[in-house]
Design a protein around this ligand. Structure first.
Ligand code: T5A
Length: 201
């Protein structure tokens, strides 16, 4: 969700991994490649009007390059990849928020990723207004600037996905940064203790 603290938490997880001797590949979506950053600029340009389908296809075009240029080579080299947003954002924003049929979004996403899904997606759950208040900096981009009802649909879709999929962990993102980090690490550590060893936060 917007302003939920993803960038903050991914930085903390990356730092903790480095302390444990693992240097992760940290990246973000849309973006992470030259073409992806160019697509990001278009997709988030508040001066453009885009149909929901066009928005989805832009996200998927960026993802296709991202998987080919960043994620697959990193995994093949044995690296751990942490990404700030991935396919779950399309399911929640373009499926839930824009009301595109979720089964179609999922199928098209498979085409873009070649079926490469994350081992785990962590969703930071915050109240929509709280997240947007945290973001209060500069001008809102095209998607951030959507009405509250849109963001509520996105949040509801994330919660639904978290409840229905075992590869999604829902973490309460409302507390202090360190407390949220402890919960994020626990979600990772309980599933993948060799990569994310238990720690006393
Ligand atoms: N999108 C993306 C789609 O529609 N479909 C897709 O398929 C994909 C991949 C991307 C946009 O694209 C859309 C969704 C998005 O609208 P983005 O930049 O990735 O945009 O997403 P944003 O949510 O806009 O990212 P932000 O950087 O604004 O939010 P973060 O990363 O969630 O939050 P963060 O960590 O930067 O924190 C924001 C502020 O809150 C503070 C931080 O210090 C910072 O000031 N903060 C806290 N304050 C109090 N308590 C805490 N626990 C805090 N955690 C962080």
């Amino acid at each position: 969700m917007e302003g939920a603290g993803k960038s903050t938490q991914i930085r903390l997880v990356a730092d903790a991994l480095k302390e444990a001797g693992i240097k992760p590949v940290v990246t973000r979506e849309p973006g992470g490649t030259r073409s992806g950053e160019a697509i990001r600029a278009v997709a988030l340009d508040r001066d453009l009007q885009l149909e929901p389908v066009a928005e989805l296809l832009l996200m998927l075009a960026a993802r296709s390059a991202f998987v080919r240029e960043v994620v697959r080579p990193a995994l093949e080299a044995g690296r751990t990849v942490l990404t700030d947003r991935y396919e779950l954002s399309s399911f929640a924003y373009q499926g839930g928020g824009r009301r595109l049929p979720l089964d179609v979004v999922i199928e098209l996403n498979k085409l873009a990723t070649g079926g490469l899904s994350p081992d785990l997606s962590v969703v930071l759950d915050v109240d929509v207004d709280q997240g947007r208040a945290r973001q209060a900096r500069g001008t809102a981009d095209r998607i951030e600037g959507e009405e509250g009802a849109f963001h509520e649909r996105v949040a509801a879709a994330y919660r639904e996905l978290a409840h229905s999929r075992p590869d999604v962990a829902l973490v309460d993102g409302r507390g202090e940064i360190e407390r949220v980090f402890a919960a994020v690490w626990e979600a990772l550590s309980s599933r993948f203790p060799e990569t994310f060893p238990p720690r006393r936060c």
